[in-house]
Ligand binder design. Structure first.
Ligand code: GDP
Ligand code: IMO
Ligand code: MG
Length: 425
């Protein structure tokens, strides 16, 4: 049996590009869908048959028959939130226990990690990151500090000792930050969550995924967050705490770099960001409001209004290079249907007056330089093939492809699964 390559789908901006929708659309082509980083900070929305689901820790392949869905070792899981998410899917008729496996090496978000997230954010005052408050940073901190607890530890007879040691360490920090808390509000649900979690199959994802590949199975990796939130390459410190770039799929699942095949990079036709941090093309005018309203730009996890702005090709070129993107996927162009003029940032003017199209160490205070295009002013959502696209929209797509030196192979023109145009070229 010929071994297949693993394809990776990931966000190229600051998250919420539409990853959940496209993973769901692509799932019929694959046998396995695997998440490799992040946790319940993600909110991946899927719409089909008049229904809407928002997935947080569970891969977006669970709605399509008997696909295998993997929670990789690079993820962090909150047992209480996992239980709530999984039970909601089971109630909707998805037989999850047959199609979802959990890596023993994924790290557990403890109730005290969530408290630490809040306490550390509060201590930062105005320079807070604006996290999702799900305990992501403190859990990855413990992983790197070698004080974390993993899914596989749930089966260890010494689990309670490990938990007590981690909790004691966290409580000392919470006290030193003068943070008031009441663990009795969250610990019971978390304990119920860990009992529920034990009903699932735990695997060594590195062996499991590689064995599936040897059997000739095809795998799609589903990224969370986006490249500009990557811990190494994003707009640090206003980032998440994992590697969201393609290399994260190798460390977050246990697959070798030479096993990676196509890399699908998802971008919106404009740009959004939730939380704090620099955003060079951010708009504070009627155009920004129109993007926010027409695109329903509210966080799928926290409900926060997403900041909106023009597409940033400097940041996107950087993201395409970091990830080795082979295919671009263009989302939400329909949100710009009413715009007379469309802008795209093609260079930054740095504070010292020089211009660059290389993403700099710090993008705070850079001035975007724009190219302008006539809007298409036609409704895209009803279109079923690219032959129906207006000329102005085709020109905009061609410009993106040329600037980013990568073909656009899928175009999404609405939130529903059916509103997706796959180009055959
Ligand atoms: P993810 O985190 O990358 O999976 O993205 P989110 O689900 O957080 O945010 C994307 C939002 O845009 C969701 O509300 C989707 O239903 C919606 N969406 C996805 N694709 C399109 C599209 O092409 N057009 C419009 N108007 N909405 C879309
Ligand atoms: P999906 O997968 C958009 C942002 C938060 C904050 C920063 C750090 O739906 O695209 P964290 O809780 O991770 O420590 O927060 O990252 N953030 C996201 N923004 N989409 C996401 O996920 C995000 N996950 C985290 O708003 O600025
Ligand atoms: Mg999201």
């Amino acid at each position: 049996m010929e071994e297949r390559k693993i394809d990776v789908l990931l966000g190229l901006q600051w998250g919420d590009e539409g990853k959940g929708k496209v993973v769901d659309v692509l799932t019929p082509r694959y046998d396995v869908v695997a998440r490799f980083q992040g946790g319940p900070n993600a909110g991946h929305t899927l719409k089909f048959d008049g229904k809407k689901f928002v997935l947080k820790s569970i891969p977006s392949g669970v709605f399509q028959g008997d696909k295998v869905n993997v929670i990789g070792n690079g993820m962090v899981l909150d047992a209480a939130l996992f239980k709530a998410e999984a039970e909601a899917l089971e109630n909707a008729g998805i037989n999850l226990k047959d199609r979802l496996v959990l890596s023993k090496k994924a790290h557990l978000i403890l109730p005290t990690h969530r408290l630490l997230d809040s306490a550390i954010e509060a201590s930062k005052g105005k320079s807070k990151v604006g996290t999702t408050g799900r305990g992501i940073g403190p859990t990855y901190t413990d992983k790197v500090a070698r004080t974390g607890i993993r899914v596989g530890d749930l089966l260890d007879p010494n689990f309670e000792e490990k938990y007590a040691a981690a909790k004691a360490l966290h409580e000392r920090t919470l006290k030193s930050l003068d943070f008031e808390y009441d663990l009795s509000l969250t610990e019971p649900a978390w304990r119920e969550g860990i009992e529920y979690m034990k009903q699932f199959t735990f695997v060594d994802s590195e062996h499991y995924v590689n064995n599936l590949l040897k059997e000739g199975k095809s795998v799609l990796c589903e990224g969370a967050q986006g490249t500009m939130l990557d811990i190494d390459f994003g707009s640090y410190p206003f980032v998440t705490s994992s590697n969201t770039v393609c290399a994260g799929a190798c460390t977050g699942l246990g697959i070798a770099p030479n096993k990676i095949g196509r890399v699908f990079g998802i971008m919106k036709a404009y740009c959004t960001r939730v939380g704090s941090g620099p955003f060079p093309t951010e708009l504070f005018d009627a155009d920004g409001e129109a993007m926010s309203d027409r695109g329903a730009e509210f966080g799928a996890v926290t409900g926060r209004r997403r900041r909106c702005g023009w597409v940033d090709l400097v940041a996107l070129k950087y993201a395409v290079q970091l990830n080795g993107v082979t295919d671009l996927i263009l989302m939400k162009s329909d949100v710009l249907d009413t715009f007379k003029t469309i802008k795209a940032c093609v260079a930054y003017k740095l504070p010292d007056g020089t211009e660059t199209n290389e993403f700099p160490f710090d993008c705070e205070g850079v001035e975007p330089i724009y190219a302008e295009f006539p809007g298409w002013q036609t409704e895209l959502p009803e279109m079923k093939s690219e032959d129906e696209f207006p000329e102005e929209f085709n020109s905009y797509i061609s410009f993106l492809e040329e600037y980013l030196e990568t073909p656009v192979s899928i175009i999404s023109v609405g939130p529903d699964r059916s509103q997706t145009i796959v180009r055959n070229r």
